[in-house]
Design a protein around this ligand. Structure first.
Ligand code: CA
Length: 230
């Protein structure tokens, strides 16, 4: 039986979610503020976290950020705002998915099932060491989770790293936004496909602009490809 931790300060929503999830056969724990939520998440190591964005004590973003230093538990964020920047921020901080309130409980249940099906890194036996990817002086090491240009390290968020890795693994090949959403964001992403473009911009800023090279090329009306030009 999967255990789910709900971190939500609105008591009505928390109670409603707890009842629905218990009804579905999940074991449920709740926390009413961010600090308690973070403690519970670290102590009881749940299988999934439902995390409200606006919380007293510690915001959902902050809980997510801190939790990600120690845990790869799937996190579904709840946000009251239909605001792309909040969603991007949440995903950037390592949330796996988000839902905008109000939402249909069936949709949340479906997303929980998807999130629980995904293999957790480090949960099973360690994966075979992955190869280092290089292009010119750019070097991505999946095992060490580092990206360097020459001797300089490039600080990337997890999502930026995953995106770059995906593109580098397909060096010279075109990939569509849908490919990226499906394989990098990892779920049937509804709407806001511009999240891909936002992240491509982040990467270009951190790599191309900084080192005066070209890495990710736009292929009009298709998507992108990684093609190194020093
Ligand atoms: Ca709230």
């Amino acid at each position: 039986m999967s255990r789910i931790l709900i971190v939500e300060d609105e008591k009505k929503i928390a109670r409603f979610l707890a009842l629905e999830l218990q009804h579905e056969g999940y074991e449920v724990e709740t926390a009413g503020d961010g600090r308690t939520g973070l403690e519970r998440a670290l102590e009881s190591d749940p299988d999934l976290l439902i995390l409200d964005l606006m919380l007293p004590e510690l915001s959902g973003i902050e809980v997510c950020r801190r939790l990600r230093h120690q845990s790869d538990v799937p996190i579904i964020m709840l946000t009251a705002k239909d605001d792309v920047s909040d969603k991007v921020m949440g995903l950037d901080m390592g949330a796996d998915d988000y839902m905008t309130k109000p939402f249909a409980i069936e949709e949340l249940l479906a997303r929980i099932r998807v999130a629980l099906r995904k293999p957790r890194q480090g949960a099973a036996e360690p994966a075979a060491p992955e190869g280092v990817l290089t292009a010119g002086e750019l070097c991505l090491d999946p095992a060490r989770f580092t990206v360097t240009f020459g001797s300089e390290e490039i600080a990337l968020t997890k999502k930026e790293f995953d995106l770059l890795k995906y593109l580098m693994e397909r060096h010279g090949k075109a990939v569509t936004r849908d490919d990226l959403l499906r394989d990098v964001w990892g779920y049937d992403y509804a709407g806001d496909t511009n999240v891909v473009d936002v992240y491509i911009r982040y990467l270009r800023h951190k790599i191309d602009d900084r080192f005066g090279i070209k890495t990710i090329q736009t292929i009009r009306s298709v998507g992108y490809k990684f093609q190194y030009e020093g």
